[in-house]
Every structure is written in structure tokens, then in C-alpha cells.
Design a protein around this ligand. Structure first.
Ligand SMILES: NC(=O)c1ccc[n+]([C@@H]2O[C@H](COP(=O)([O-])OP(=O)(O)OC[C@H]3O[C@@H](n4cnc5c(N)ncnc54)[C@H](O)[C@@H]3O)[C@@H](O)[C@H]2O)c1
Length: 319
């Protein structure tokens, strides 16, 4: 199931530093690491995340990637870094390319340098399916070429990947790049929120029209947050350089997600037809063969169950 022992050194309890651990995905990754007996340091500047989302068992440090000196003080003693800190909103990246370049790319290089200087040479990096651009075939495998990017966010993700790879080549870092497809689940509290599922659920619960682009004909591979979090923990023992898609290998039309939400809440709300949105890729579906074969990862939460849990979360948020 797992790569050859040369590439997989399992340590029962690791000391892990999670950047961006006060964000949506990071907060779930922290919890899973702690539940499995690892110890966790979170660094986050709270530019987007919430300290309340950080598991109280974690050691939280309000620090920016910008602050290399502070990173160098915090890093020693850690076995590895899960690097999730990033600006993520595509529209904002078009408006503020300099800020995105500074925060995501320069921030990543500052982190990598601080890691090199403190001898912490293992990184798991949060990348995205967006790096493939418009795929030429489906499902998308890790060997498929990277595609043309239509916004600065995508360029920052490709460049951050490249820097992680470079530190593998130049400085023998162990690097695992995880390319997420469409994560969703409880705790998704981005502002602004541009992702489909939280917006659909919030509109359905508020009984307001659901904003829908392309009449919901796009196909996406929605990955539940707990399944995504598990990929990080499974990747921790890896040595060498690895790239994995994290998706379910099941494409679902966005309109079918809306219908499933209506079924769960037991009523329908009108659709707010937003027309076409420039730059949207029609279909994104992962091949998940590689992560299944190498790491024994599998999908545990169905879309129906995941949507139910997401709806339960937002009901408590806005009773
Ligand atoms: N959410 C998705 O759909 C998705 C899809 C693909 C990839 N990703 C990637 O996953 C990662 C996490 O995404 P998320 O949805 O949890 O985002 P998020 O915005 O909820 O979390 C990101 C966190 O990083 C922190 N941060 C940003 N810049 C920082 C800096 N310079 N120093 C310290 N902290 C900083 C923010 O305060 C925030 O808490 C990102 O790298 C993102 O690009 C997300």
C-alpha cells in the first residue's frame, strides 16, 4: 500500500508546525494531528483566519511568514511543516497581484529559508487543482501538464510548488505537494466567500436565492474536509519528493449539489442566475489512484453525509 520503506519512515509522534492553521483547512488538519498523538504548533497572522478555530491543545503563535527572525526562533525541534498559509481568493488576486505575490511567494521562500537555517527539512505544501488549468483529459493525473493560469493566485500556487521542489533539489528537503480539488465542510468561514457549497448552504438556510454561475453545469470533484485532512497526516512520514492529487475521482454537476442541499433541508429556494463567470474551468475531476496506492488514502465521507454535516455546522453559526 505504501511507497517503499526507503520513502516512508513512520514516526508515531511527530512535532509538526502548521502555517495558516487558524484557517478553514488548517484548523481541521491540526485537530486530526492532535487526535493522532502528534504535537502541533500553529503559526498564523490572523489576516484571514480565526484564533477561535485553533484547537486549544495546539501551541498557537500569532506570527506572519514575513517574520523570518520569529520563524527561526519557533522552528527548531519540529520534525516538519505543513504549509497552508496563503491568500486564496482568486478575485482579490486579480485586484492585488503585488500583495498576493508578496504574501504567497515571498512568504513561502522566507519560510523555506528559515527551515533550511534551522535544519527542519520536511514540508507538506497545500497546492490546488488550479495548477492544471483547463485539463486536456479526465480524470487528471499528477503526470498531466500544468496549464495556463488566468489569475495571479494560480501563478502563486505553481511558483510556490516550484520553490518547494527547488529546496528538495538544492537542500535535500522532503517535499510532498498535495493538489486539492474542491474542499468543503464545517468551519469554512472565508471572507469574502467565493466557494460554491458554503454559499449555497448559507442561502438555503437563510431562504434567500442561491447564486449560481453557468446554470450549475460545471463539474467539480468535492472533497470533504476530514478526508482532505487525513491526506496530510498520511503524507507526514514520506521522504523524497512526491506530488498527489487529493480528490474523490467523482465528478458532480454543481446544480446536482444544489438539488442535494434542497433535499436535505426539505425545501427549495429560488436560483439567482449569475450567468457565465470568466476564467471558470468547465470540469475538474482528480485521478486519486496515486494517493490511494501509495498512502492507502481513501474517501470515507460521501457527498450526502458531508453536505449534511456542513448544513448542521451553518445552522449553529446562524440559528
Ligand atoms: N479552500 C480551498 O478550496 C482550497 C483549494 C485548493 C487549495 N487551497 C489551499 O489550502 C490552503 C488553506 O486554504 P484555506 O481554505 O484553509 O484558507 P484560509 O484563508 O481559511 O486559511 C489560510 C490561513 O493562512 C493565514 N495566512 C495568510 N497569509 C499568512 C501569512 N503571511 N502569515 C501567516 N498566516 C497567514 C490566514 O490568516 C488564514 O488563517 C491555502 O494554501 C490554499 O491556497 C485551498
Amino acid at each position: 500500500m505504501q511507497p517503499s520503506p526507503r520513502h516512508y519512515v513512520k514516526i508515531n509522534s511527530m512535532k509538526v508546525l502548521v502555517t495558516g492553521g487558524a484557517g478553514f483547512i488548517g484548523s481541521h488538519v491540526n485537530k486530526l494531528l492532535l487526535d493522532q498523538g502528534h504535537s502541533v504548533t500553529v503559526i498564523d497572522d490572523l489576516s484571514k483566519g480565526y484564533q477561535a478555530s485553533v484547537d486549544p491543545r495546539a501551541n498557537f503563535q500569532r506570527v506572519s511568514l514575513e517574520n523570518q527572525e520569529e520563524l527561526k526562533k519557533i522552528l527548531p525541534g519540529h520534525d516538519g511543516v505543513i504549509h497552508m498559509a496563503s491568500f486564496i481568493e482568486v478575485g482579490e488576486s486579480v485586484k492585488n497581484p503585488v500583495e498576493f505575490t508578496q504574501n504567497n511567494i515571498v512568504g513561502t521562500v522566507k519560510l523555506l529559508e528559515a527551515m533550511k537555517n534551522t535544519g527542519v527539512k520536511k514540508i507538506i505544501f497545500s497546492s490546488s487543482a488550479c495548477v492544471y488549468g483547463v485539463p486536456k483529459k479526465l480524470p487528471i493525473t499528477e503526470e498531466d501538464p500544468l496549464g495556463e493560469q488566468k489569475n495571479p493566485y494560480g501563478i502563486t500556487k505553481i511558483t510556490m510548488e516550484e520553490f518547494c521542489k527547488l529546496y528538495h533539489t538544492l537542500h535535500q528537503f522532503d517535499v510532498t505537494i498535495l493538489r486539492y480539488f474542491n474542499p468543503y465542510g464545517p468551519g469554512e468561514l472565508h471572507f469574502p466567500e467565493t466557494h460554491a457549497i458554503p454559499n449555497f448552504v448559507k442561502s438555503a438556510l437563510a431562504k434567500t436565492p442561491i447564486p449560481l454561475f453557468w446554470k450549475g453545469e460545471q463539474v467539480r470533484d468535492f472533497i470533504y474536509i476530514d478526508d482532505l485532512a487525513e491526506a496530510h497526516v498520511l503524507a507526514l512520514p514520506l521522504t523524497g519528493l512526491h506530488i498527489y492529487n487529493v480528490g474523490t475521482q467523482t465528478g458532480v454537476k454543481v446544480i446536482d449539489v444544489v438539488k442535494q442541499i434542497f433535499e436535505i433541508v426539505g425545501y427549495e429556494v429560488p436560483i439567482d442566475d449569475k450567468g457565465e463567470r470568466k476564467g471558470d474551468v468547465p470540469t475538474l475531476v482528480a485521478s486519486s489512484q496515486k494517493i490511494k496506492k501509495d498512502l492507502g488514502w481513501k474517501v470515507k465521507v460521501s457527498l450526502d453525509e458531508g453536505l449534511q454535516k456542513t448544513i448542521d455546522f451553518f445552522k449553529i453559526q446562524n440559528p
